[in-house]
Design a protein around this ligand. Sequence first.
Ligand code: SF4
Ligand code: SF4
Length: 215
Amino acid sequence: MGIIPVELYQDREDGKPAVGVRTNGPATLQDLLDAWQPLCDDASIYKQYAPDNYSVCRGCQINCCNTAYVMPDLIAVRKMAEYLKTDYRSLIERYMQVDKAEAGILQMQLPCAFLQEGICSIYPVRSLICRFYICTDILGATQQLIYSITMTGITAAAVWAEKEGLVQSMSNRGQSSFDLLLQRLLNEYRSHEQVKLFLEAENYSDIPLQPFLNP
Ligand code: SF4
Ligand code: SF4
């Protein structure tokens, strides 16, 4: 068997068990997603909101999708439009918060319009933020890694959407404190070199993990 590029492992941090990932040589964002995916189906790890705290995500009645603030990354925006056979403007108008787009932020409607009878109707093309969310403890270094990748992808979506004329430049009009915080983060991430990796990629497999491991 070949080397697995990214592996999950469990350890303890702050006295509690937590999940983390480690790489075994060069790896891509797709490798990380492939390693992460089984967590949803893993009934051996503690999940804060799952029935009896140990269940697979499928069928979860709490379902994080009901309350999640989902800002899609650039790869997901493109894949969603392709999957739904729609153009970007219609995607934004039908499934995202139009008032936020007018202020430069791409954010899905709340609750997410793709949640149908407790199941994600666009599962193969869902955003990084959806793929990475899991209601269990995550080791600090892994948390930092997935946070920085996700924010970079969200920033790339904002940069691209602005360039395509799909959203307006960021403004402070009628913003909630969450929007202002997000805008501040997006402005901070814009200068990160890794944003280009998302702008130039077609798939998650085009994005190397290394620049996020050693920024
Ligand atoms: S990650 Fe979401 S779907 Fe899975 S158990 Fe937690 S709340 Fe439920
Ligand atoms: S896109 Fe799918 S996984 Fe993400 S919040 Fe919506 S329903 Fe949930």
